[in-house]
Design a protein around this ligand. Sequence first.
Ligand code: GAP
Length: 434
Amino acid sequence: MANDIMEKIVSLCKRRGYVYPSSEIYGGINSCWDYGPLGAELKNNIRRFWWKSMTYFRDDIEGLDASIIMHPRVWEASGHVDGFTDAMVDCRKCKLRFRVDEVSGKSCPDCGGELTEARLFNLMFRTHIGPVEDDASIAYLRPETAQGIYVNFLNVLNTSRRKVPFGIAQIGKAFRNEVTPGNFIFRMREFEQMEMQYFVKPETAQEWLETWRKERMQWYVKLGIKAEKLRFHEHTEDELPHYASRAFDIQYEFPFGWKELEGIHNRTDYDLKNHSKSSGKDLEYFDDSTGERFIPYIVETSAGVDRTLLTCLVDAFEEEENRVVLRLSPEIAPVKVGIFPLVKRDGMPEIAKKIAAQLRRHMKVFYDEGGSVGRRYRRQDEVGTPFCVTVDAQTIEDDTVTLRNRDDMKQVRLKVSELPGRLGELMQGEENTQ
Ligand code: GAP
């Protein structure tokens, strides 16, 4: 059943232009995926929804866009060179490789083969900077975007004249040479993160952790995800990442089980202290109202763009008797409105094209005049388009069109001149509640 639903979603994504296997004409490359026209749009909408919630709707967070390749010493100071490893085992029979936590207490899951001793495997991708490939030129592709924020802490603090508590938000690619990628875009080797690092007084870190975990849970609900499919998981002592004193995951119930969607961590002063020691730069914060000096604690919220996108698709996917429908919230749906002439004659296409041209200035529109109107509605339902406008014979008489709602399939008639306003209202429902 679980695989069945995932297979249907993967197939819909491929068929309708959400996600394609990367380098497909060469047979694909394991764990890499490309976003097609609709996927690229959905991804942009998710990024924007996050970016606005962090940097527009509140007054204590600045944005940043740091480079992917950083000084290699960043990754020594952060603990990633020594500590960002997975223990892995190989099966002597089928030659497959597994993470130890996937197979602990078992022989090789499918073939029953004997497993090798565990070995540690660093997840960072390595490359070389410049023409000489020696130890001195080693560089890493960042495995998290967070470090770009820590090394810019003083820059942002000074240029934005912020006071603790404040945050820095960033969206960008991260790379991990995962031992076992899989489940479509759930675990990839190249993926994108939306991370926010919130700098606080040490004694307030626990309180902020609580605040942020509530905020972040709310964000997913506002994004349109069903609340009953979301839950928290607190990390036990042995699950904690190397940098965190306390950590919560927001988990979603995917068809393949409850899995992490986002990590919310109290990173203490671990990162700034280590970067301060390693770089020799004083990263202390001076509070001029109290005269205190301290290294701020960091409360981090770390979400995956691709994983959020997968969650939106899985959560929105429904098979009804006569149609497949993606109930994406209007704010993130790739196409907001489909515009159709009922038939391809009697001046209807001309009017419909004019309406499409007007609406395009405000939102993503799809014009379609091919096939029966019922089929055109179904095609838009399947990709999640929340509204469709149809021009028919009555339009020519009284300048009205039908506006159809994807979710209940109900239609209302309204004046063409009322369309931009009505659609704008319908679209911004979620945004206004942020
Ligand atoms: N800065 C902290 C950090 O990176 P993480 O729990 O390792 O924490 C945060 O990752 C989020 O990044 C995850 O919850 C997930 O959404 C996303 N993520 C991590 N590894 C991923 C992968 N291989 N493929 C897709 N998304 C991934």
